[in-house]
Structure formats: C-alpha cells, structure tokens
Write a protein that binds this ligand. Structure first.
Ligand SMILES: O=C(O)CCC(=O)C(=O)O
Length: 309
C-alpha cells in the first residue's frame, strides 16, 4: 500500500513537472487508477520523444535555418576541399585466406590471370622430417649482404643458390652453383612430374627463428622471363606467406586498399605461383611476434641464360 502511494506520488510529481509550462497542476489524490494509467502513458510518450525516424530535419524555422546556413557557409567557403565520394567510402579489404588444396585465381589483369595452386602434404610429414634435418645440416647455408637505400645490410635469413647462372637481386649476386644436393635433385624431379613444369634453378631459404623474414618483393627479375612459374616447397615450422596486389597507377604506390591473400605454409606443403602473379602481386614472409622454430623454403625457378637479371 505504502509502495503504491509512493509510486502515485512519483507520477504526480513527474506530471506536474511535465505540465508546468501549461500551468496545469495535478495533485496525487486526484488520480483514479484508469486516469493514472492513461496519464502515465501520455507522460512516457512525451518524455521518450518522437521516434528518431519521424524527426524531420526541416522542422526548424526558416529564419534561424538561413542564419545558421550563412554562418556555416562562410566557414565552409574557406575550408572546402573536394573529396571524391568513392575515395571516402573505400574500405581496407579483409585478406583472403587460402589454406586448403586447390587452384585459386586471385586476380585478372591485362598481364593475365594470377593463379595459386596449393598442395598441402605434398611431402608426407614423416618423410618431410628427415628431409628437413638433412637439408638443414648439409646445404652450405650463408648469410647474404644486400644493398639497400641506406647502404649494405645482412639478410635476416640464410640462403643457398643452385643454378647454371648467377642470380642477382637486391643489387647483390649469388654465384652460379651446379653442385646440387641429391635430395634437392630428387625433390625437383618429383615436383616436375606432378606439376608438368620444368625448373633449372633453386633458391633455398632458411628462417632460423621468428626474427628471420623476407620483405615484400616479386620474383620478377628479367632472367626469370615473362610470367615465371615458381614452385615453393616448405619444410619445418609453419610460417605465414602473405601477398598483396600491386596498386593501380592512380593510387601512386599506396598499398592501403589493395587486395591481400594469406597462405599459411606448413611442413611438406607445395605452393605454385603461376601466370601474372609476379607481375601483379608482391609476397613476403613477415617476422613473427612469438617463438618460431626453423623453417626451410625451396623455391624452384627457371632462369634463362644470357638474360641479365
Ligand atoms: O619463404 C617463402 O615462403 C618465400 C620465399 C621467397 O619469397 C623467395 O625466395 O623469393
């Protein structure tokens, strides 16, 4: 009972507050229960205001609207910069993740179709274990020095080159080396048999831990010819192979809105990059924020002797 009275008092106080502007006073004792309900409903309606969608922007009196307009217009005149609405609405696309077996056309351009083919477990994991150990021990790994805009720097990984012709990239050269390790020859033959392509060169990369990486680049040296096919076999720790599409000329080298593809490359996986992939896309293996064990990556290619890379 006491609670009900307090409730009624609360309503009457709110009603009085609400109707003050109309000099309309209601005492709590005057309320019958029906009237109480009706008024509560009305009061709630008043307090909650009209639904947003029915609030029309043109209900402002004309005079005050034009005053505001004049004020705002003069400040806009000073600061007005034309922005192409298409540019304002652009959003950074989510990367496309490719993590299952198959053939994936990732783009098409005047240079051709860019295509990836993924073969998870191309090498059985148990076979891949001993291959990894043997290659890590027996390949003559070394750390190459590249020339960057700020001078020479050591590559954050170890490499070894096999091929009849030297390989030059990042303004430094890996000398020709025809002493193929028999296991590498065997792997090359197996990849050629399955894919139908032939290769005459191989760049081996050893990522010793999470700090080792390869930065954004394309395998597009002249000595690799037009639209080269690259066969990339991974052994050891899984690392993230990331790709980004080269921006259109009107984006002036800004990669913010370009399409991206992520491919986790794990033990025994073969990735083929075909068509215009090197012309239209870049790739990298970034450093990681968590501990990573070693990983070997073998990238088989075809080099054309007589072409300077
Ligand atoms: O380690 C990888 O998966 C990529 C290696 C690579 O990009 C290269 O050798 O050009």
């Amino acid at each position: 009972m006491e609670q009900r009275k307090r409730k009624q008092r609360g309503v009457s106080v709110r009603l009085i507050r609400c109707n003050r502007s109309r000099n309309f006073h209601v005492k709590s004792g005057d309320l019958t229960s029906m009237e109480d309900k009706r008024r509560r409903a009305r009061v709630q309606g008043v307090w909650s205001g009209p639904p947003r969608s029915t609030q029309r922007p043109d209900t402002q009196p004309l005079a005050s609207k034009s005053q505001t307009w004049n004020k705002e217009q003069s400040s806009l005149d000073k600061n007005f910069v034309y922005r192409d609405p298409a540019e304002v609405n652009r959003r950074v696309p989510d990367p496309r993740v490719i993590n299952s077996a198959g053939t994936f056309e990732i783009s098409s351009s005047p240079a051709g179709v860019s295509r990836l083919r993924l073969f998870p477990s191309f090498i059985d994991p148990r076979e891949a274990n001993w291959m990894f150990d043997q290659l890590r021990r027996e390949i003559p790994w070394s750390q190459k020095t590249n020339m960057g805009p700020d001078g020479p720097y050591q590559q954050p990984r170890l490499t070894c080159w096999y091929g009849e012709v030297p390989y030059t990239y990042s303004r430094s050269t890996l000398q020709a080396n025809s002493h193929w390790h028999p296991l590498l020859t065997m792997l090359k033959d197996h990849i050629e048999e399955v894919t139908g392509y032939t290769f005459n060169s191989l760049l081996c990369n050893l990522y010793r831990n999470d700090k080792d990486s390869i930065d954004w680049h394309s395998d597009d040296e002249a000595a690799l010819g037009i639209n080269p096919v690259i066969a990339s076999l991974s052994l050891g720790e899984t690392r993230h192979f990331q790709m980004r599409r080269k921006p259109l000329p009107e984006d002036h080298g800004d990669f913010t809105y370009v399409e991206r593809v992520h491919v986790p490359l794990d033990h025994g996986t073969l990735l083929l990059m075909e068509g215009a992939t090197q012309e239209d896309w870049q790739h990298r293996v970034p450093k990681e924020y968590h501990d990573r064990k070693p990983r070997i990556n073998l990238t088989f290619r075809t080099m054309y002797p007589g072409t300077t890379s």
